[in-house]
Design a protein around this ligand. Structure first.
Ligand code: HEC
Ligand code: HEC
Ligand code: HEC
Ligand code: HEC
Ligand code: HEC
Length: 179
């Protein structure tokens, strides 16, 4: 798992080259020592997936930039948000956009809480699935209709992985998922 993040981090660095990204990786909810700030939404900022993906038609991979080429999908750095929110305020929850601007001004990464996670003895490569044409929605549900993501669409059990692998003719060899 450590190696996977390191690789993701290196790929991310090469692509984004931004300090904000490094902070996102090291200060995020992966670090058990970090005190999380949590609003009523269960996240430090109530980021509405539905509005961004459906109303404003932003592609998933505009934000989850490494899903096609790395093990992890990637969480966007604050600078991605500020590309719009330097100019765009909020009409429904303007105070949440103010929180976002606070992180940007302090040059702090947002300590998002992680929702989807497999056990550390399992490896899950996003790029293999995305390049095989498996939709985000097959595993994450209709994110376009979810406001703040609060729970997994389905438990990430071995049986769930295997039944799709069986259906789609993907490998069921123990060693592809377990080191
Ligand atoms: C404008 C940027 C943006 C877009 C577009 C976007 N996301 Fe996200 N996504 C985020 C941020 C920020 C988080 C972390 C906060 C959260 O969990 O809500 C996140 C979290 C997630 C998570 C939960 C990750 C975890 O913690 O386990 C999933 C799953 C996800 N996004 C899927 C999608 C899918 C599928 C789409 C397209 C339909 C999409 N996202 C579009 C920014 C975006
Ligand atoms: C491509 C432009 C774009 C990007 C990138 C973007 N947003 Fe937004 N966002 C918008 C627009 C447009 C609105 C709607 C504003 C309104 O309703 O007046 C919005 C609304 C919001 C709202 C709700 C505010 C309200 O009052 O309705 C929050 C919170 C938010 N964005 C957070 C984020 C975060 C966090 C990120 C980065 C992960 C992000 N946005 C990235 C365009 C963007
Ligand atoms: C075959 C199932 C599957 C597909 C398809 C899939 N994911 Fe995931 N996703 C997962 C699993 C499983 C995890 C937890 C991985 C882990 O803990 O290493 C996850 C974690 C995530 C995370 C949080 C951690 C990270 O990887 O950065 C985000 C964000 C995410 N997925 C977004 C997406 C987006 C966007 C798409 C489509 C482009 C997508 N996923 C396609 C199963 C899937
Ligand atoms: C919705 C269907 C689906 C689900 C659910 C799914 N996978 Fe997959 N997975 C695939 C497909 C299709 C491929 C084959 C991609 C290819 O042929 O390159 C694949 C390939 C893989 C590979 C690469 C296999 C190889 O031959 O190198 C790994 C590792 C993997 N999946 C792990 C997982 C894990 C772990 C889970 C559960 C947490 C999971 N997958 C859930 C469809 C799925
Ligand atoms: C497609 C991916 C995949 C393949 C192939 C796979 N596993 Fe797993 N395995 C998982 C996932 C995901 C979990 C974690 C389940 C959880 O945390 O609930 C898991 C969990 C386990 C566990 C721990 C059980 C537990 O309760 O956490 C063992 C032992 C195990 N697998 C053995 C095997 C063996 C032996 C094989 C080959 C016959 C195999 N796995 C093939 C994905 C896979």
């Amino acid at each position: 798992m450590k190696t996977q993040w390191l690789i993701a981090l290196m790929v991310g660095l090469a692509l984004v080259g931004s300090l904000a990204f490094v902070q996102a990786q090291t200060n995020g909810s992966d670090d058990p020592g970090v005190q999380q700030e949590v609003g009523a939404s269960g996240q430090p900022i109530a980021f509405p997936h539905d509005r961004h993906t459906q109303e404003f038609q932003i592609d998933c991979q505009f934000c989850h930039f490494s899903a096609e080429r790395s093990g992890s999908a990637g969480i966007p750095p604050v600078s991605t948000c500020m590309g719009c929110h330097t100019f765009v305020s909020g009409s429904q929850n303007p105070e949440e956009v103010e929180l976002l601007r606070g992180y940007a001004e302090r040059q702090e990464a947002i300590p998002w809480n992680r929702i989807y996670r497999v056990s550390s003895h399992v490896q899950f490569p996003h790029m293999r699935h995305v390049s095989a044409g498996v939709d985000c929605a097959s595993c994450h549900g209709n994110v376009e209709e979810i406001g703040v993501i609060q729970e997994v669409a389905q438990p990430l059990t071995m049986g769930w992985c295997l039944s799709c692998h069986m259906e789609m003719g993907a490998s069921r060899d123990c060693t592809v998922c377990h080191y």
